[in-house]
Each structure stands twice: as C-alpha cells, then as structure tokens.
Design a protein around this ligand. Structure first.
Ligand SMILES: Cc1cc2nc3c(=O)[nH]c(=O)nc-3n(C[C@H](O)[C@H](O)[C@H](O)COP(=O)(O)OP(=O)(O)OC[C@H]3O[C@@H](n4cnc5c(N)ncnc54)[C@H](O)[C@@H]3O)c2cc1C
Length: 367
C-alpha cells in the first residue's frame, strides 16, 4: 500500500503552493481537485475580465514566497492568470487528481484514509485547502452529482428544454444567456427558471437584460415555489432531477403533488454557496461557537474552526489553510489561550499558509 506524505484537498493557490513546496522538500503528495481544471474556485467566482490583484495584507512580509503564483504587475487579467498558473502546475509536475471530490477521511494506523468519489487514498497528513466557496447541497433524495453549478458551455443546452434553479442574479444571468442563444439559433425549446420562493432577487442590470430577452421573444418559463425533490435514474439509464412544482392539500393530510422531471445534464443549479463550517463539522473537527464576549470579527452564533499555530486542526496531522479558514479562525496558543485570528481571504494568505504547512510537515517527518 502506497502512503503519501501529504494529500491536499483543492487546487487553488493554497493547495498548489502547498504541493509545490512539499515536492521541493522531497515529500510525496497529491492534490485532489473536484473541478476539471486547477484554480476551479477562481474560475467559478471571478467575473470575466477581472483583474487579479497581488494584494499583500497590511503588516505582512512583501514576499509572495511562491513567486510564480503572484499575479503579474498591479493586476493580471483573470483569463491570463488561469492560463499561466495551469502551465506552471504542468511544468512543475505537481500530481493532480482532477475531477475527484473529497468526501471525508478516517484514521488508520499512523495515517489517514482519504475518501473521494473515485475511491480512497492513503496519506500521513491531510491539508484542507478547499476554499470558502462550498456549494449549497441540492438536498434531494438520491444522487444529483451531475447537476452543473455554472454555465461552462452554453451550446450543450441547445435542442432540449433546460432548467435553471436559483432566485439570484447568477441564475437570472444564465437564463438570459441561454434564452438568447436558443433564440438566435432558432431553437424553440424553453428555458425554465425555477425558484423556491415567489420573488427573485436580481441586480438592476441583470433584470434589464432579462426583461429585454423576454420582450425579444425568448422562450422563458418562470416557475415559482419549485422544490428539488429527487435524483433518479430512469428506465433508459438517464439521470434525472425531479422538481416539485405544486403542492395542494387535500383532506386528511393528503397532498396532491405536481412535478417536472429533467435530465440532469439539462439542469444548472445556481443555489449559492456557503462557508465551509458544515464541512468541518461533518468531519468531526473541533469548532468554537462565537459569543459576544469571545468574538469581535466572527458573527455571534457562527462556528469557527480551532487551529493551532501550525494551522493544524484538533485532529493531529489534519491542517486547514487559505480561504477555507478565512476571514477568521480560532487560534489556540501554547499558553492555553484561545482567541480569534484574523485571516484575510487573499491569494497571498493562501500561498503563505500552503508553504508554512508543507514546511511544518517536512520538519516533522524528517525529525
Ligand atoms: C470575486 C473575487 C475576487 C477576488 N479577487 C482577489 C484578488 O484580486 N486578489 C487576491 O489576492 N484575492 C482575491 N480574491 C480572494 C482569493 O481568490 C482567495 O483568497 C483564494 O482563491 C483562496 O485560495 P484557496 O486555495 O484557499 O481556495 P480556492 O481558490 O477557493 O480553491 C479551492 C479549490 O478547492 C476545490 N474544492 C472545493 N471543495 C472540494 C472538494 N470537496 N474536493 C476537491 N476539491 C474541492 C475547489 O474546486 C477549488 O479549486 C477574490 C475572491 C473573489 C470571490
């Protein structure tokens, strides 16, 4: 059985920097990334054409440590940054398992069994570098893993009805883009726009584009009170998402339900993201609940991950870095005190954390 020195979860700036430093230290490592490319987090959250700033937090050392990951100049267009970092990862030969989602870990003798949706791997240390952008689960009975979370290739939605879930600007934007493409290509199949509530909350510019699209004849069908219910495979082997569109109470506690079923490949769910607290909780790592007396930065009632000075969690050998522990975590200090630690959500911070953790692990393994 091969046991790696480090398994890193997430190929963002933090995970890449950690793996790169681990390799320089002569350690064996692999990066598990759920996206099909590195920097998936940045691909999903930065608007097109955005400049990536090499911001250094106030009071920090100017040194970016892994200079290749520093955005070039005052700001580097995100498209160029993505291409450049992808080339850097390939050139450095950083081992990547793309398209694999981390699911959890369990402790074995002297190492961890790290579970992904493609099986397990074994590692002495685990570095969680999965960022702060954890998609909200669809919450359906059954599996709905193949439902897209963003619009990667609009052309793939031509020729069949599409369903976009979500009541915000991102969902509205995708509905308008898809409708326009279908209209321009003479494709009469509709774009359904489904939302759990009766009102959508979209920015003015997006609402204007949507209004224009409807007036120009876009085939958009708006569905209110839509609840995703079930992920299933039909008799032809097609993965489908069933969404409830109406619920009418009958006598005696009986409901009449109406639903629509879409092939999952035609569904895009823009139902938002959440911080990683639920993931840490599920993994059984110690968290501290903010109370007015303890927290100044964290919101009262929110749970903050407990980390020691080496960014190690309550589970020895499991570390958390970068966006996953931003903007604040609970720092445990040697003298036994615990206090809030401000942790800016920046590429700089993620890179610095990744390097520090790889160095710490190398030092322990060589001791
Ligand atoms: C709109 C926007 C603009 C920003 N602009 C700047 C800027 O100009 N300059 C700057 O310094 N910072 C900027 N930031 C912040 C910066 O992007 C983050 O601080 C940085 O990306 C954090 O790096 P990370 O490696 O910790 O996490 P991320 O970059 O979020 O990477 C995490 C990776 O983990 C993967 N992942 C998540 N869950 C799993 C799982 N279960 N299994 C496997 N893989 C998983 C994700 O797909 C992702 O690729 C910006 C952030 C946003 C949202």
């Amino acid at each position: 059985m091969d046991i790696l020195d480090i398994a890193v979860v997430g190929a963002g700036p933090g995970g890449i920097a950690c793996a790169r430093r681990a390799m320089e230290q002569g350690l064996s490592c692999v990066v598990i990334e759920k996206g099909r490319k590195v920097l998936q987090g940045i691909r999903e959250t930065y608007p097109r054409g955005k400049g990536v700033y090499p911001t250094v937090p106030r009071g920090a050392d100017e040194d970016y440590i892994v200079n290749e990951i520093r955005p070039i100049g005052d700001k580097e267009p995100v498209e160029e940054y993505l291409v450049r970092i992808e080339a850097f990862v390939a050139e450095a030969g950083i081992p990547m398992r793309l398209g694999q989602e981390f699911k959890g870990f369990e402790k074995a003798k002297g190492h961890f069994i790290v579970h992904t949706d493609h099986g397990a791997l074994h590692a002495r240390n685990l570095v969680m570098a999965f960022g702060s952008n954890i998609p909200v689960e669809l919450g359906v009975y059954g599996e709905a893993k193949t439902v897209a979370r963003n619009l990667e290739n609009p052309e793939a939605y031509l020729g069949a009805p599409a369903l976009v879930l979500g009541g915000g600007s991102t969902a509205a934007d995708i509905v308008a883009v898809l409708s326009r493409l279908k209209r321009e290509r003479g494709d009469e199949t509709p774009v359904y726009w489904g939302h759990r509530r009766t009102t959508m909350r979209v920015e003015k510019d997006v609402a204007r584009d949507m209004g224009e699209e409807i007036l120009l004849g876009g085939n958009i069908k708006i569905l209110h009170n839509v609840v995703p219910k079930l992920g299933e495979v039909d008799e032809e082997g097609i993965e489908r998402l069933v969404v409830q569109t109406q619920k009418m109470p009958l006598d005696g506690g009986v409901y009449l339900l109406q639903s629509l079923s879409f092939p999952m490949k035609n569904v895009i769910a823009c139902i938002g993201s959440q911080g990683p607290a639920p993931v840490f909780r599920k993994l059984g790592l110690q968290m501290i609940t903010c109370t007015a007396g303890i927290c100044k930065i964290g919101k009262e009632g929110s749970e903050l991950l407990l980390l020691n000075q080496s960014l190690e969690t309550s589970q020895k050998g499991v570390f958390a870095i970068g966006g996953a522990v931003s903007p604040v975590y609970m720092g445990a200090f040697e003298e036994g005190t615990i206090k809030e630690n401000k942790h800016p959500n920046l590429i700089y911070t993620a890179v610095r954390d990744g390097v520090a953790v790889a160095d710490e692990i190398a030092q322990r393994l060589k001791a």
